[in-house]
Design a protein around this ligand. Structure first.
Ligand code: NAD
Length: 377
């Protein structure tokens, strides 16, 4: 076996010359050995240096094992020097939105992480694939199902991996819930309730209140967490949805939805109720099962989650969710481990989002969904 450098190895991965499915069992993987695999760390470039990149992702990248902060892409010149000195980023790894495509020539960057307003996710994810980079795209994946398809197709065409920023799938409380559901620890789930909401105030000009940048209001921002909770809390995709919208501050929420509730029917017989809002605070998951119950509160924040079941409390040590998420994705690329939040999951949630808006637009009509196992991991 000839020696293969990390750089060449990653390049071959992004060229699709090596499949991660065969990688874990390949002579190459065996020849590299477990020690060498752990020593490899993929370079991440953050695109969009707003609050999530600044206060969550960049700090988490100081502790990651399989990836590190190598580059930045920003539209704000002043941020270049600040980030370069704070995070020790080389000048050649700094890009703006115009010269971003030349990142294709940069061997220090393996993964592009898109952390921009929602309407920009598709454009920058697709440009990253054309540069031969793996992609992490923040939630919601895009602002339409059509855009989700375009991102998935572009990744397939380029032979690169795609992950959605659904950090909870790497988080231990959520994994415990998924285990209860899979192993039927409390029997069958009969009812699932999921809430994700906060009260928005302040700058009425913020992009989250501007539909052309956000793609929607509370539903696309926090509602995707309730949709996610309802699905991993039952282990199934819903077969129908019926939805309602409420508006109490129309002068503030001029362009986007303020509060939405929706009911799901699941193929196994469970029913679900979700609540999302930009006008109230709520963050819970509760499942009633044939032999007990389980709950998380908070269920989707990145302050530590907390949980309880009919048999007692759930307790896990606190660790950065973003660190776990980015390491999981890097390990998926390097070691062929499972992709915990693939593009299909983001697309599935956008199909449900569109069905919820359709139900509301059509007088709260029940909308059938034919998702099969799309996005279930
Ligand atoms: P933010 O407003 O703090 O940052 C947005 C960034 O985009 C800024 O750096 C801004 O300069 C840049 N930008 C570029 N073009 C812009 C435009 N036309 N209008 C406004 N800003 C523009 O937002 P954020 O909270 O960092 O969110 C960014 C993305 O990350 C969103 O998709 C959001 O849903 C997602 N997010 C995910 C989580 C999570 O837990 N997974 C948490 C927060 C945010």
């Amino acid at each position: 076996m000839t020696h293969i450098t990390r750089r060449r190895f990653n390049r071959r991965l992004s060229e699709g010359l090596l499949g991660t499915a065969i990688l874990a069992h390949s002579p190459l993987a065996c020849a590299m050995g477990a020690k060498e695999r752990e020593d490899r760390s993929l370079g991440i470039a953050l695109v969009g240096l707003g609050s999530y990149s600044t206060y969550q992702l960049a700090p988490a990248l100081q502790d990651t094992k399989f990836c590190h902060l190598a580059g930045i892409v920003t539209g704000t010149k002043a941020k270049e020097g600040i980030w370069a000195s704070k995070h020790n980023i080389e000048e050649k790894n700094i890009y703006n939105y115009e010269n971003f495509d030349s990142i294709a020539e940069n061997e220090n960057i393996d993964i592009v992480y898109v952390v921009l307003p929602n309407s920009m996710h598709a454009e920058f994810s697709i440009r990253a694939t054309k540069a031969g980079k793996h992609v992490i795209c923040e939630k919601p994946m895009a602002i339409s199902v059509g855009e989700c398809d375009e991102i998935i197709d572009a990744c397939k065409k380029a032979g690169v991996k795609l992950g959605i920023g659904y950090r909870l799938h790497s988080e231990p409380y959520t994994q415990e819930i998924k285990k209860y559901v899979k192993e039927k620890t409390f029997g069958e789930v009969n009812y699932i309730m999921a809430e994700a909401a906060y009260r928005s105030r302040g700058n009425p000009g913020q992009w989250r209140l501007n539909k052309s940048l956000s793609g929607g209001g509370a539903l696309v921002n926090m509602g995707v967490y309730s949709i996610q909770s309802a699905i991993y809390g039952t282990g199934e995709n819903p077969v129908s949805v019926t939805a309602q919208e409420f508006s109490t501050r129309p002068e503030y929420f001029k362009d986007t939805d303020e509060t939405i509730t929706a009911q799901f029917e699941f193929p196994g017989g469970a029913m679900g109720n979700i609540f999302t809002s930009h006008n109230a605070s709520a963050n819970r998951l509760y499942a009633s099962c044939t032999n007990g119950w389980f709950t998380l509160q908070p269920a989707s924040t990145y302050i530590p989650l907390a949980g309880e079941t009919s048999r007692g409390p759930i307790r896990f040590p606190n660790e950065s969710q973003q660190k776990l998420q980015m390491d999981d994705f890097a390990s998926h690329i390097l070691n062929g481990t499972v992709n915990r939040a693939p593009g299909e999951m983001g697309k599935r949630d956008m199909i449900i989002v569109e069905a919820i808006y359709k139900s509301i637009a059509e007088g709260n009509r029940k909308i059938s969904l034919d998702l099969g196992k799309l996005g279930l991991v």
